[in-house]
Design a protein around this ligand. Structure first.
Ligand code: AKB
Length: 316
């Protein structure tokens, strides 16, 4: 039986992916770790330990002691936060993935998953239906670190035959754990404020169209990619994933169908410039061809579930 290590299990993706993996592989076989305390359901459904991916010695001891065969390395500083502390964020984002890749090579791990992002694209990239292979000149430190990480993943695959798999996530929308410090976070915050105050001040402009995805689709896609036959995978940097694309005005209009007096105002900050440098929509035909990726949620379905679940969470 595979033994899986999740690094960043208390984060936005990790808090949901860990539970999904435990459903498949059994709670005792999925080791959750983070530098902060995890939610109660993670602590109760299997092993959890505080662990810092930056500490290579502790990490390798953990991997050997627990006979780990697969790592999902999810910890990262996101785009908005990374702009505030560029060099520290570069260090965290790069050091983490390099530690994991090198342990993978040394121990002979079966598989590694690492998330990349639409942030690897930049203002010179075609914005509409952005292809899998295209110009990549990111202008954020987060984007630069994700692009470098992608190159390292492919390098370890080609040089050491390490089975690393990756997805370029669009903005992820979820109700369980809030995102922290990203440019696409408005699409999560808006639901909390809509439920609490029927209003939201958006830090992007009304027409800032970005690719997004509801978390259940992101989790399903991640597991599908990790279970795909290695022989079918033609991309060893990271796969484009499309999901849905919308702008703040369209999302507000969808929320208004449920909360008629909902009001949105706009006060764009530094994140608007980041959003303008990213794709508006994504061509994910390679992922569809190679491992049959597909999605369940469109804007209307996602909004309906987000409003219901956020209201439940806030006791409204
Ligand atoms: C961010 O906004 O930084 C992230 C991302 C798109 O990778 N959500």
């Amino acid at each position: 039986m595979d033994k899986i290590l999740v690094i960043g299990a208390a984060g936005q993706i990790g808090s949901e992916l860990t539970l999904a993996l435990r459903n498949i592989y059994g709670g005792e076989n999925v080791f959750a770790t983070d530098i902060k305390q995890a939610p109660q359901d993670i602590i109760e459904s299997g092993p959890f330990q505080i662990l810092d991916v930056m500490n290579e010695k502790n990490l390798i001891h953990f991997v050997i002691r627990n006979k780990i065969t697969q790592i999902y390395h999810l910890a990262a500083v996101l785009s908005g936060n990374a702009e505030k502390l560029p060099l520290q964020s570069w260090e965290i984002n790069m050091h983490g993935i390099l530690n994991v890749l090198d342990i993978g090579r040394e121990i002979g791990l079966k598989k590694i998953f690492w998330p990349s992002s639409i942030a690897i694209f930049g203002p010179t990239t075609p914005r509409v239906n952005t292809p899998q292979l295209t110009v990549m000149e990111p202008t954020t430190v987060y984007g630069i670190s994700k692009l470098a990480g992608e190159r390292w993943c492919e390098y370890y695959f080609r040089k050491y035959n390490l089975d690393v798999r990756s997805i370029r996530y669009p903005g992820l929308i979820s109700y369980k754990t809030e995102a922290g410090g990203g440019t696409t976070d408005y699409a999560v915050e808006i639901f909390y404020d809509a439920v609490k105050t029927h209003s939201y001040e958006c830090f992007l402009k009304e027409d800032a169209r970005l690719p997004m995805m509801f978390m259940p689709d992101a989790i399903d896609s991640t597991i599908k990619l990790m279970e795909a036959d290695a022989a079918n995978l033609t991309i060893r940097s990271s796969y484009n994933l499309g999901g849905i694309d919308f702008d703040p005005k369209e999302l507000a209009a969808e929320i208004k169908k449920h909360i008629p007096d909902f009001k949105i105002t706009y006060a764009p900050d530094f994140r608007q410039k980041i959003a303008e440098s990213w794709p508006a929509s994504i061509d994910d035909s390679t992922a569809k061809k190679d491992w049959n990726c597909s999605y369940t949620y469109d804007l209307a379905k996602m909004t309906d579930v987000m409003l219901k679940e956020t209201a439940k969470k806030l006791g409204k």
